[in-house]
Design a protein. Structure first.
Length: 336
Protein backbone atom coordinates (compact mmCIF):
# COMPACT_ATOMS: atom_id res chain seq x y z
CA UNK A 1 0.00 0.00 0.00
CA UNK A 2 1.39 3.32 -1.13
CA UNK A 3 -0.85 6.24 -0.31
CA UNK A 4 1.44 8.68 -2.07
CA UNK A 5 0.40 7.14 -5.36
CA UNK A 6 -2.98 8.71 -6.12
CA UNK A 7 -5.46 6.49 -7.93
CA UNK A 8 -8.45 8.29 -9.40
CA UNK A 9 -11.33 6.69 -11.30
CA UNK A 10 -13.59 8.40 -13.83
CA UNK A 11 -16.37 7.06 -16.05
CA UNK A 12 -17.60 8.69 -19.23
CA UNK A 13 -19.09 8.35 -22.67
CA UNK A 14 -18.15 10.43 -25.73
CA UNK A 15 -20.54 13.22 -24.80
CA UNK A 16 -18.90 13.86 -21.41
CA UNK A 17 -15.26 13.42 -22.48
CA UNK A 18 -14.99 17.22 -22.57
CA UNK A 19 -15.65 17.32 -18.84
CA UNK A 20 -13.25 14.46 -18.11
CA UNK A 21 -10.60 16.83 -19.48
CA UNK A 22 -11.69 19.50 -16.98
CA UNK A 23 -11.42 17.04 -14.08
CA UNK A 24 -7.95 15.90 -15.15
CA UNK A 25 -6.57 19.41 -15.75
CA UNK A 26 -7.90 20.71 -12.42
CA UNK A 27 -6.60 17.67 -10.55
CA UNK A 28 -3.02 18.12 -11.76
CA UNK A 29 -3.18 21.87 -11.25
CA UNK A 30 -4.20 21.74 -7.59
CA UNK A 31 -2.60 18.51 -6.29
CA UNK A 32 1.17 18.23 -6.05
CA UNK A 33 1.63 16.17 -2.88
CA UNK A 34 1.56 12.77 -4.55
CA UNK A 35 4.51 10.96 -6.17
CA UNK A 36 2.41 9.82 -9.11
CA UNK A 37 -1.20 9.75 -10.28
CA UNK A 38 -2.99 7.03 -12.19
CA UNK A 39 -6.25 8.08 -13.80
CA UNK A 40 -8.42 5.01 -14.41
CA UNK A 41 -10.99 5.87 -17.07
CA UNK A 42 -13.99 3.62 -17.66
CA UNK A 43 -14.83 4.34 -21.27
CA UNK A 44 -18.31 3.82 -22.59
CA UNK A 45 -17.50 4.06 -26.29
CA UNK A 46 -15.11 7.05 -26.27
CA UNK A 47 -13.34 7.08 -29.64
CA UNK A 48 -9.58 6.78 -29.99
CA UNK A 49 -8.95 10.32 -31.14
CA UNK A 50 -10.68 11.61 -28.02
CA UNK A 51 -8.72 9.25 -25.75
CA UNK A 52 -5.57 10.63 -27.35
CA UNK A 53 -6.71 14.19 -26.64
CA UNK A 54 -7.48 13.28 -23.03
CA UNK A 55 -4.10 11.65 -22.49
CA UNK A 56 -2.41 14.90 -23.48
CA UNK A 57 -3.85 16.49 -20.33
CA UNK A 58 -1.87 14.15 -18.10
CA UNK A 59 1.49 15.86 -17.52
CA UNK A 60 4.58 13.83 -18.49
CA UNK A 61 6.25 12.16 -15.55
CA UNK A 62 3.47 13.07 -13.11
CA UNK A 63 0.82 10.59 -14.10
CA UNK A 64 -0.70 8.11 -16.53
CA UNK A 65 -4.07 7.45 -18.09
CA UNK A 66 -5.41 3.90 -18.10
CA UNK A 67 -8.48 3.29 -20.21
CA UNK A 68 -10.85 0.36 -19.74
CA UNK A 69 -13.45 -0.37 -22.39
CA UNK A 70 -16.62 -0.98 -20.43
CA UNK A 71 -18.26 -2.96 -23.27
CA UNK A 72 -15.72 -5.75 -23.09
CA UNK A 73 -16.08 -5.86 -19.31
CA UNK A 74 -18.76 -8.48 -19.22
CA UNK A 75 -16.47 -11.21 -20.51
CA UNK A 76 -13.54 -10.21 -18.33
CA UNK A 77 -15.29 -9.85 -14.99
CA UNK A 78 -15.51 -13.48 -14.01
CA UNK A 79 -18.78 -12.86 -12.16
CA UNK A 80 -22.31 -13.39 -13.28
CA UNK A 81 -23.88 -10.21 -14.59
CA UNK A 82 -27.53 -10.75 -15.52
CA UNK A 83 -28.39 -9.67 -19.06
CA UNK A 84 -31.08 -7.32 -17.74
CA UNK A 85 -28.49 -5.05 -16.15
CA UNK A 86 -26.94 -2.27 -18.25
CA UNK A 87 -23.41 -2.71 -17.06
CA UNK A 88 -22.31 0.62 -18.50
CA UNK A 89 -24.53 2.45 -16.02
CA UNK A 90 -22.94 0.73 -13.05
CA UNK A 91 -19.28 0.75 -14.08
CA UNK A 92 -17.86 1.99 -10.82
CA UNK A 93 -19.30 -0.96 -8.90
CA UNK A 94 -16.78 -3.08 -10.80
CA UNK A 95 -13.71 -0.99 -10.01
CA UNK A 96 -12.47 -3.45 -7.34
CA UNK A 97 -12.33 -6.11 -10.07
CA UNK A 98 -11.17 -3.91 -12.94
CA UNK A 99 -8.29 -2.22 -11.11
CA UNK A 100 -5.29 -4.43 -10.40
CA UNK A 101 -5.16 -6.17 -7.02
CA UNK A 102 -2.16 -4.25 -5.69
CA UNK A 103 -4.22 -1.04 -5.63
CA UNK A 104 -6.10 -0.92 -2.33
CA UNK A 105 -8.04 2.35 -2.66
CA UNK A 106 -9.35 4.58 -5.42
CA UNK A 107 -10.96 8.01 -5.46
CA UNK A 108 -13.96 7.86 -7.76
CA UNK A 109 -14.96 11.24 -9.23
CA UNK A 110 -18.02 12.11 -11.30
CA UNK A 111 -17.34 14.10 -14.47
CA UNK A 112 -19.25 17.09 -13.14
CA UNK A 113 -16.56 18.01 -10.62
CA UNK A 114 -13.61 20.37 -10.49
CA UNK A 115 -10.74 19.58 -8.13
CA UNK A 116 -10.05 22.90 -6.46
CA UNK A 117 -7.60 22.06 -3.66
CA UNK A 118 -5.59 19.19 -2.18
CA UNK A 119 -7.46 15.92 -1.66
CA UNK A 120 -4.59 14.43 0.32
CA UNK A 121 -6.32 14.34 3.71
CA UNK A 122 -9.28 12.63 2.11
CA UNK A 123 -7.30 10.14 0.04
CA UNK A 124 -5.08 9.11 2.96
CA UNK A 125 -7.88 8.75 5.51
CA UNK A 126 -7.84 5.69 7.76
CA UNK A 127 -10.70 3.45 6.72
CA UNK A 128 -10.79 1.50 10.00
CA UNK A 129 -12.49 -1.41 8.23
CA UNK A 130 -15.04 0.87 6.56
CA UNK A 131 -15.78 0.14 2.88
CA UNK A 132 -16.34 3.66 1.57
CA UNK A 133 -15.61 7.24 2.62
CA UNK A 134 -17.48 10.29 1.42
CA UNK A 135 -19.62 13.32 2.10
CA UNK A 136 -23.22 13.30 3.29
CA UNK A 137 -25.72 13.90 0.53
CA UNK A 138 -28.41 16.54 0.90
CA UNK A 139 -31.80 14.87 0.69
CA UNK A 140 -35.37 16.06 0.58
CA UNK A 141 -36.86 13.17 2.47
CA UNK A 142 -36.13 10.11 4.53
CA UNK A 143 -37.77 8.04 1.79
CA UNK A 144 -34.47 8.01 -0.10
CA UNK A 145 -32.98 6.09 2.82
CA UNK A 146 -35.87 3.85 3.78
CA UNK A 147 -36.43 2.69 0.19
CA UNK A 148 -32.97 1.09 0.20
CA UNK A 149 -33.52 -0.51 3.58
CA UNK A 150 -31.82 2.09 5.75
CA UNK A 151 -33.03 3.69 8.97
CA UNK A 152 -33.74 7.46 8.84
CA UNK A 153 -30.80 8.04 11.21
CA UNK A 154 -28.27 6.16 9.03
CA UNK A 155 -25.57 7.97 7.07
CA UNK A 156 -26.34 8.50 3.37
CA UNK A 157 -23.36 9.50 1.21
CA UNK A 158 -23.28 11.30 -2.11
CA UNK A 159 -21.48 8.81 -4.33
CA UNK A 160 -20.31 11.32 -6.95
CA UNK A 161 -17.08 11.75 -5.00
CA UNK A 162 -16.32 8.52 -3.24
CA UNK A 163 -13.21 6.96 -1.78
CA UNK A 164 -13.53 3.21 -2.23
CA UNK A 165 -11.70 0.74 -0.01
CA UNK A 166 -10.94 -1.72 -2.82
CA UNK A 167 -9.30 -4.17 -0.44
CA UNK A 168 -12.45 -4.40 1.70
CA UNK A 169 -14.69 -4.61 -1.38
CA UNK A 170 -12.70 -7.60 -2.64
CA UNK A 171 -12.60 -9.30 0.77
CA UNK A 172 -16.34 -8.93 1.30
CA UNK A 173 -17.47 -9.45 -2.31
CA UNK A 174 -19.19 -6.08 -2.22
CA UNK A 175 -19.53 -5.92 -6.00
CA UNK A 176 -21.48 -9.17 -5.96
CA UNK A 177 -23.56 -7.88 -3.05
CA UNK A 178 -24.38 -4.78 -5.11
CA UNK A 179 -25.53 -6.89 -8.07
CA UNK A 180 -27.66 -9.06 -5.79
CA UNK A 181 -29.14 -5.91 -4.24
CA UNK A 182 -30.00 -4.57 -7.68
CA UNK A 183 -31.71 -7.83 -8.62
CA UNK A 184 -33.62 -7.93 -5.33
CA UNK A 185 -35.00 -4.51 -6.29
CA UNK A 186 -35.98 -5.61 -9.80
CA UNK A 187 -33.20 -3.57 -11.36
CA UNK A 188 -34.68 -0.29 -10.10
CA UNK A 189 -33.07 1.55 -7.21
CA UNK A 190 -33.62 5.22 -6.31
CA UNK A 191 -30.45 7.19 -7.19
CA UNK A 192 -29.18 4.14 -9.13
CA UNK A 193 -25.71 3.04 -8.04
CA UNK A 194 -25.68 5.67 -5.28
CA UNK A 195 -28.72 4.01 -3.72
CA UNK A 196 -27.14 0.59 -4.13
CA UNK A 197 -23.83 1.63 -2.57
CA UNK A 198 -25.62 3.27 0.35
CA UNK A 199 -27.86 0.29 0.93
CA UNK A 200 -25.16 -2.37 0.64
CA UNK A 201 -22.46 -0.40 2.50
CA UNK A 202 -24.78 0.66 5.33
CA UNK A 203 -22.85 0.80 8.64
CA UNK A 204 -19.60 0.53 6.66
CA UNK A 205 -19.31 4.23 5.81
CA UNK A 206 -16.83 6.84 6.88
CA UNK A 207 -18.07 10.43 6.75
CA UNK A 208 -15.54 13.12 5.80
CA UNK A 209 -15.57 16.93 5.72
CA UNK A 210 -18.04 18.44 3.19
CA UNK A 211 -15.26 20.42 1.47
CA UNK A 212 -14.35 17.19 -0.31
CA UNK A 213 -17.66 17.15 -2.18
CA UNK A 214 -19.28 20.57 -2.17
CA UNK A 215 -22.48 19.91 -4.12
CA UNK A 216 -24.69 22.64 -5.53
CA UNK A 217 -27.16 22.48 -2.64
CA UNK A 218 -24.50 23.74 -0.25
CA UNK A 219 -24.43 26.96 -2.25
CA UNK A 220 -28.09 27.33 -3.16
CA UNK A 221 -29.68 26.40 0.17
CA UNK A 222 -29.40 28.11 3.53
CA UNK A 223 -27.73 26.10 6.27
CA UNK A 224 -30.93 25.99 8.32
CA UNK A 225 -32.87 24.52 5.42
CA UNK A 226 -30.23 21.84 4.81
CA UNK A 227 -30.06 20.99 8.51
CA UNK A 228 -33.85 20.76 8.73
CA UNK A 229 -34.08 18.16 5.97
CA UNK A 230 -30.93 16.16 6.75
CA UNK A 231 -30.04 14.22 9.83
CA UNK A 232 -27.32 13.48 10.72
CA UNK A 233 -25.74 16.57 9.19
CA UNK A 234 -22.70 18.84 9.41
CA UNK A 235 -22.20 21.90 11.61
CA UNK A 236 -22.67 25.40 10.23
CA UNK A 237 -18.91 25.94 10.50
CA UNK A 238 -18.14 22.85 8.39
CA UNK A 239 -20.60 23.90 5.71
CA UNK A 240 -19.24 27.46 5.68
CA UNK A 241 -15.70 26.09 5.28
CA UNK A 242 -16.81 23.79 2.47
CA UNK A 243 -18.26 26.77 0.62
CA UNK A 244 -15.35 29.15 1.16
CA UNK A 245 -12.58 26.61 0.45
CA UNK A 246 -13.88 23.52 -1.33
CA UNK A 247 -11.36 20.84 -2.29
CA UNK A 248 -13.78 19.27 -4.77
CA UNK A 249 -16.63 21.29 -6.27
CA UNK A 250 -19.38 18.96 -7.44
CA UNK A 251 -21.56 20.76 -9.96
CA UNK A 252 -24.73 18.77 -9.41
CA UNK A 253 -27.65 20.23 -11.35
CA UNK A 254 -29.56 21.60 -8.37
CA UNK A 255 -31.32 24.93 -8.82
CA UNK A 256 -28.29 26.67 -10.39
CA UNK A 257 -27.84 24.25 -13.29
CA UNK A 258 -24.53 22.94 -14.64
CA UNK A 259 -21.67 25.35 -15.28
CA UNK A 260 -21.42 24.35 -18.95
CA UNK A 261 -25.04 25.31 -19.61
CA UNK A 262 -25.44 28.82 -21.02
CA UNK A 263 -27.67 30.14 -18.21
CA UNK A 264 -25.96 28.51 -15.21
CA UNK A 265 -26.22 30.54 -12.00
CA UNK A 266 -23.61 28.64 -9.98
CA UNK A 267 -21.49 31.09 -7.96
CA UNK A 268 -18.31 29.09 -8.72
CA UNK A 269 -19.01 28.77 -12.42
CA UNK A 270 -15.89 30.79 -13.25
CA UNK A 271 -13.72 28.11 -11.66
CA UNK A 272 -15.15 25.61 -14.11
CA UNK A 273 -14.74 28.00 -17.04
CA UNK A 274 -11.14 28.67 -16.03
CA UNK A 275 -10.20 24.97 -16.17
CA UNK A 276 -12.32 24.38 -19.25
CA UNK A 277 -10.31 27.06 -21.05
CA UNK A 278 -7.13 25.05 -20.31
CA UNK A 279 -8.44 21.95 -22.11
CA UNK A 280 -8.43 20.93 -25.75
CA UNK A 281 -12.15 21.71 -25.69
CA UNK A 282 -11.64 25.39 -24.86
CA UNK A 283 -13.42 26.44 -28.06
CA UNK A 284 -16.42 24.17 -27.47
CA UNK A 285 -19.61 26.23 -27.09
CA UNK A 286 -21.78 26.33 -23.99
CA UNK A 287 -24.59 23.80 -24.10
CA UNK A 288 -28.29 24.57 -24.27
CA UNK A 289 -30.58 24.36 -21.25
CA UNK A 290 -32.63 21.23 -21.89
CA UNK A 291 -34.47 21.11 -18.59
CA UNK A 292 -38.23 20.76 -18.81
CA UNK A 293 -40.33 23.87 -18.31
CA UNK A 294 -41.60 22.46 -15.01
CA UNK A 295 -38.03 21.97 -13.75
CA UNK A 296 -37.14 25.52 -14.77
CA UNK A 297 -40.18 26.96 -13.01
CA UNK A 298 -39.43 25.01 -9.83
CA UNK A 299 -35.81 26.22 -9.86
CA UNK A 300 -36.92 29.81 -10.47
CA UNK A 301 -39.39 29.61 -7.60
CA UNK A 302 -36.70 28.39 -5.21
CA UNK A 303 -34.35 31.21 -6.09
CA UNK A 304 -36.96 33.98 -6.19
CA UNK A 305 -39.79 33.19 -3.81
CA UNK A 306 -39.91 32.60 -0.06
CA UNK A 307 -39.57 28.92 0.76
CA UNK A 308 -43.33 28.34 1.23
CA UNK A 309 -43.89 29.81 -2.23
CA UNK A 310 -41.40 27.35 -3.69
CA UNK A 311 -43.10 24.44 -1.92
CA UNK A 312 -46.45 25.58 -3.29
CA UNK A 313 -45.12 25.89 -6.85
CA UNK A 314 -43.52 22.43 -6.59
CA UNK A 315 -46.85 20.91 -5.47
CA UNK A 316 -48.73 22.60 -8.32
CA UNK A 317 -46.18 21.33 -10.87
CA UNK A 318 -46.49 17.86 -9.40
CA UNK A 319 -50.27 17.98 -9.73
CA UNK A 320 -50.10 19.26 -13.32
CA UNK A 321 -47.75 16.47 -14.33
CA UNK A 322 -50.17 13.92 -12.89
CA UNK A 323 -53.04 15.51 -14.84
CA UNK A 324 -50.89 15.35 -17.98
CA UNK A 325 -50.23 11.64 -17.40
CA UNK A 326 -53.96 10.91 -16.96
CA UNK A 327 -54.77 12.88 -20.13
CA UNK A 328 -52.17 10.96 -22.09
CA UNK A 329 -53.53 7.67 -20.80
CA UNK A 330 -57.06 8.66 -21.84
CA UNK A 331 -55.89 9.72 -25.28
CA UNK A 332 -54.02 6.48 -25.86
CA UNK A 333 -56.99 4.53 -24.55
CA UNK A 334 -59.30 6.04 -27.16
CA UNK A 335 -56.90 5.32 -29.99
CA UNK A 336 -56.76 1.54 -29.76
MN1 LIG B 1 -22.40 14.28 -10.33
Amino acid sequence: MDNNHLHVALASDQNYAEFVAVVIVSLFDTNHWQDFTTVHLLSNGIDEATIEKLSQHVPDGRGELKVYDIHSLKDDLGIDVPSTIAITAYGRLFLPIIISEDVDRVLYLDCDVVVHDSVRDFYQVRFNERWVAGVRDTLYSEYTKTVVGMAPSDEYLNSGVLLMNLEAWRENNVTQQCLDFLLDHDGKVVHHDQGIINGVCNHHKLVVHPKFNATTSYFSHSFSLLARHNSPFYSQQEVDDAKSSPAVIHFTEGFFNRPWIENSLHPLRDVFIHYHSMTQWSEAPMRADKRSIATKIIAWSFLNLPYWGHVLVTRIMDLLSQVAIIKRLNRNGFKK
